[in-house]
Design a protein around this ligand. Structure first.
Ligand code: ATP
Ligand code: MG
Length: 326
């Protein structure tokens, strides 16, 4: 079976790390068909559009999309692209790697963040000079869809249920609905859950991240708390993410375009290659995904390393070392 993969490198180091991840995918014995498309600042400067229609259409029809990064136009690119795959959950693992400096090297977390509503649903108003308001939207249907995904996600041997992070003691209607819906779906599926207030979570995860494993969050909480966890594992540079929809998905590194090092050929490709491993898993190639993750882990531990990790290797050196280990 052929899998069509949309490849959208975007701007800055996206142009360097995305091809590196494609090289890794090409080194596997899987029938991929890659189709590349443009998005971001560079294409906007040329054509006036940050996200050309053909790029959107490609993401909306491919089996999966690998995205790099976009500069100033990031919001005009990534939000519609997430829409193109109808993404309802953002999966963000935050795991420390042996040999990479981390505040909490024992961190191994996965955030499942609601990706469509909450305060980011965008109902903001400026009522008067003095007063602005924001309406928060939480629906039973979106909470259910997220919870079903979470139940499925923890169904292997690796996880004992999940934690629901919320603030239902204050936001009784919205987070109350979120918490109750997620808990009900988990109960129906025989999945164990516990819950934590999101503010308490912030403290507890810093003191001891091993208390948590898979964390299910509303949109804003997931955004903030997963960035906090990124700090615990040594920054955004190594973190992958997945935007999952019912029929397709988009994978991207958490970092941006890194304009300070773009064009030098020294960007660390690890986050994008691990994002490609998530793509493999999504398509059902669990063994290959595990092999890619192991090869990345070994390379981060033993080198070669890019300058951000104190080494002197290029993006290409690191990519080749990962492929050799595969
Ligand atoms: P953007 O607006 O596109 O997010 P930024 O200036 O915020 O750009 P980021 O890409 O978010 O830059 O990166 C923040 C810092 O981390 C920069 O100093 C960048 O060089 C570094 N960095 C990010 N990703 C990588 C990577 N893959 N390899 C090496 N360094 C990285
Ligand atoms: Mg940034």
């Amino acid at each position: 079976m052929t899998h069509e993969i949309a490849v959208i490198p975007g701007d800055g180091i996206g142009q360097e790390v995305t091809p590196a991840a494609v090289e890794v995918l090409e080194s596997l014995d899987i029938d991929f068909e890659f189709a590349e498309a443009e998005a971001g600042d560079a294409v906007k400067a040329e054509t006036g559009e940050a996200l050309p229609q053909e790029t959107y259409d490609l993401a909306a029809s491919a089996d999966a999309t690998l995205f790099g990064a976009a500069g100033d136009t990031a919001a005009d690119v990534i939000l519609p692209l997430r829409g193109a795959v109808d993404s309802f959950v953002n999966v963000r693992p935050a795991k420390a790697y042996p040999g990479v400096d981390a505040v909490r090297p024992e961190t191994d977390l996965v955030f499942l963040r609601e990706n469509t509503e909450g305060v980011y649903a965008g109902h903001e108003d400026r009522l008067t000079q003095d007063v602005s308001t924001l309406t928060r939207v939480v629906t039973e249907s979106a909470s259910e869809r997220l919870a079903e995904f979470a139940c499925d996600y923890v169904s292997g041997d690796e996880h004992d249920g999940f934690t629901v992070a919320h603030k239902a003691n204050v936001m009784r209607e919205t987070d109350g609905l979120f918490r109750d819906t997620v808990r009900d779906v988990a109960d129906e599926n025989g999945v164990e859950t516990d819950e934590v207030l999101m503010d308490a979570f912030a403290t507890r995860v810093c003191l001891d991240p091993t208390q948590f494993d898979v964390v299910v969050c509303p949109n804003l909480a997931g955004d903030v708390l997963s960035d906090l966890a990124a700090g615990l594992v040594g920054g955004l540079g190594l973190l992958p993410s997945a935007n999952i929809g019912p029929e397709r998905a988009l994978f991207e590194p958490v970092h941006g375009t890194a304009p300070d090092i773009a064009g030098e050929g020294v960007a660390n490709p690890a986050a994008t290659i691990v994002s490609a491993a998530m793509l493999l898993e999504y398509l059902g190639y669990d063994d290959q995904a595990a092999a890619v993750n192991e090869a990345v882990e070994a390379t981060l531990a033993d080198g070669p390393r890019t300058p951000d990790l104190g080494g002197g290797a290029s993006t290409e050196d690191v990519t080749e070392a990962i492929i050799d280990r595969l």
